[in-house]
Design a protein around this ligand. Structure first.
Ligand code: BT5
Length: 266
């Protein structure tokens, strides 16, 4: 018997909680998958529409960026992917991860009244610990984007020992933050409501990067960033209109960085 037996999703409850959401068109709930992004991609390949949601209790091979893995134990998190077809992208494809990151950040702030912040490019932290990660994977035909699978992982009810040892101090969950167990479907509905707005309201769509900036406390700070083999140290000046990090080295050299692993120095 586990110390805290998780309450699993009831597919009818999932439908019921999301029935008012006009973005979500089709819902697939699984007990265990390798990765919801993999399943969503398969569905997209067979023509699934924008707004298709793939949700799993557990991922056996949850994916992070750059080949990293995402810890996704059963029943305690939100591990889900959304399909977005190119024609319905609300923002340029490069900025979709930041837009979604802002949506999750805003939803969590409103739901819990706590200062969640974003970390470039698409993590959500609370007091320096990661509570959510986002992995957007685009499918191309030649140079043209066909669709994006947007994978979102939110740690909801893990206790410290549910995280693999190396990340126990780096990761957190809504339960650890608030001191009580949280209803995953309420959190999911709040996040998807923000995403629905982002897709349907032109003013909200236009504000995506402004929202992201407002949730970011790192702009102007000194940090180290590793991109591929290169490591830079310097100032995070801003994000560009295409979501890149504008970064200044101490000698004044400016870089626009597309991705990387960020460590805040001061
Ligand atoms: C991410 O990558 O943060 C993207 C995570 C996306 C996960 C979702 S879940 C649904 C969908 N299906 C998938 O297969 N993936 C998506 P990255 O920035 O590379 O961060 C990965 C790093 O975060 C790992 O190397 C660990 O250090 C740490 N990490 C792993 N699992 C974590 C967790 N549950 N909470 C916090 N940190 C974690």
């Amino acid at each position: 018997m586990k110390k805290h037996e998780p309450k699993l999703f009831d597919p009818d409850d999932v439908m019921h909680n999301l029935c008012d959401n006009r973005f979500v068109r089709d819902i697939h709930v699984y007990r265990s998958v390798s990765s919801t992004n993999v399943l969503a991609r398969r569905l997209a390949e067979s023509g699934a529409a924008t707004g298709t949601l793939v949700l799993a209790e557990k991922q056996t091979a949850g994916k992070g960026r750059l080949g990293r893995s995402w810890s996704s134990p059963e029943g305690v998190g939100l591990w889900f992917s959304l399909i977005v077809r190119a024609a319905e992208l609300p923002v340029p494809v490069a900025t979709l991860p930041l837009a979604l990151c802002a949506d999750v950040g805003l939803a969590l702030r409103e739901e819990f009244g706590l200062d969640f912040v974003v970390k470039w490019p698409n993590d959500i932290l609370y007091k320096g610990q990661k509570v959510c990660g986002i992995l957007c994977e685009s499918s191309f035909a030649g140079q043209t984007v066909q669709y994006v699978v947007a994978g979102i992982g939110v740690n909801v009810n893990q206790v410290k020992s549910d995280f693999p040892e190396p990340m126990r101090d780096l990761a957190t969950s809504l339960r650890r933050i608030t001191g009580e167990s949280q209803d995953r479907l309420t959190v999911l509905a709040a996040i998807l409501a923000k995403i629905e707005q982002r897709f349907s309201d032109a003013d909200v769509t236009a504000r995506a990067l402004v929202d992201w900036r407002n949730l970011c406390t790192d702009i102007g700070r000194t940090l180290r960033i590793q991109t591929g083999e290169r490591v830079f140290a310097g100032e995070f000046v801003d994000i560009t209109d295409t979501g890149e990090m504008l970064f200044r080295e101490p000698d004044g050299a400016m870089h626009r960085l597309l991705s990387g692993q960020v460590t805040i120095l001061k």
